[in-house]
Design a protein around this ligand. Structure first.
Ligand code: FAQ
Length: 329
């Protein structure tokens, strides 16, 4: 019998990643790869569920039944994304309870973007256009992530995010083409959400602690700055079509680079938000913990129901099931 050494396992893992094969839950993987995935997937899952709050703030005040129905569906989609992602993290041996506990106690992060307030209805459109737009730019490459369950979750999430982005764009377009007051409201929302959206991509490459290793493992396929640049290039013509201005006087096409140049990002603000000093950090976590506590009875009931059905599983039917009125063979 041949003995598989740690070296053999590492070599097999490296070869699979190099060949663009997927790593699956039962495959051996380095501890640091597992830890990086749990960190990123958890942060992503937390972002989806905390991200429900700023938009849900407008459900009761949506300007029409159609807008309300769309917004409810969108917020519900974000909850679903969180659940796919917690499930992906579970395949790495980390329970949802543990991750939620880390979120509630501040030991794990969620995206900086959700610490900003939604002050007007136009913010819902700006979130759809810019925040979902940034999310898609970042997440489409994650569909090719080396870890199978994360990559597969991302395929479905990206389809839904893409719809979210379009609804945000359409909503902003309606405002931009509306009355002068509506146009001004759309412009004000874009002015406030533009820079925080650029921060979603993470710190600049030379300050990104995890990028190099995550790219080597093919968890991340592009660096933070590459994706940020891609997003800026996508948004400029879309802003023109919307009739809105991006709040950056230094934004201009650079023929030599084949990209838009843009002004400096306020990384001090980013770091402050990450430290918990953003406009809504306390509110988001307080509300999240309250929702978790108030939902305890639902989790208990669901667990009791699952236990009951696991112990009282009905015997397999011995004959084929037939629809009413259908003749049995
Ligand atoms: N906010 O070394 P890097 C959405 C942290 S989903 C907070 O560059 P990495 C859908 C980072 O964790 C939005 N923290 O890190 C939606 C690390 O800290 P740590 C979320 C940030 O992982 C739309 C440290 O800084 N999307 O919007 C942020 O290689 C509308 C050093 O950074 C994802 O999570 C930030 N912006 O790259 C929902 C996508 N940036 O862990 C509702 C998946 C960085 O050492 C409504 N995640 N940090 O303590 C990723 O692609 C990556 O994790 C990055 C960061 C790109 C976010």
């Amino acid at each position: 019998m041949t003995t598989v050494t740690a070296q053999d396992r590492t070599a097999a893992f490296d070869a699979a990643v190099a060949a663009d094969e997927r790593i699956e839950p039962r495959d051996w993987m380095p501890d640091a790869y597992r830890a990086t995935l749990v960190r990123q997937i958890a942060q992503h899952a937390h972002s989806e569920i905390i991200g429900m709050q700023p938009e849900a703030n407008w459900i009761t005040r949506a300007p029409s039944l159609r807008r309300k129905a769309i917004l409810i569906a969108k917020v519900q989609d974000e909850a679903g994304h969180g659940l796919y992602l917690y499930s992906a993290a579970e395949t790495l041996g980390t329970s949802r309870e543990e991750l939620l506990d880390k979120l509630h106690s501040g030991r794990q992060k969620y995206s900086s973007i959700f610490n900003y307030p939604t002050l007007t209805w136009a913010d819902v459109g700006a979130i759809g256009w810019l925040v979902d737009g940034a999310a898609i730019t970042n997440q489409v490459p994650l569909c090719r992530c080396s870890y199978g369950p994360y990559a597969r979750a991302m395929v479905r999430i990206c389809k839904e995010e893409s719809f979210h982005q379009r609804q945000g764009y359409e909503s902003l377009l309606a405002l931009s083409r509306g009355t002068p007051a509506q146009h001004a409201m759309a412009q004000d929302a874009v002015d406030r959400w533009w820079w925080p959206s650029l921060m979603m991509f993470g710190p600049p490459d030379d300050e990104s602690a995890h990028s190099a290793q995550s790219m080597e493992w093919k968890i991340k396929r592009h660096s933070n700055d590459e994706l940020r640049q891609r997003f800026v290039d996508i948004c400029v013509p879309q802003a023109e079509a919307l009739g809105l201005t991006l709040p950056d006087p230094q934004l201009k096409w650079n023929d030599e680079r084949g990209h838009h140049d843009f002004g400096p990002i306020d990384w001090t603000e980013f770091r402050e938000v990450l430290k918990g000093n953003g406009p809504c950090n306390d509110q988001r976590i307080t509300q999240r913990k309250q929702a978790h506590d108030e939902g305890a009875w639902v989790r208990e009931a669901a667990a009791a129901y699952a236990t009951k059905h696991a112990t009282q599983r009905p015997a397999e039917p011995t004959t084929a099931r037939t629809a009413p009125g259908e003749a049995t063979a």
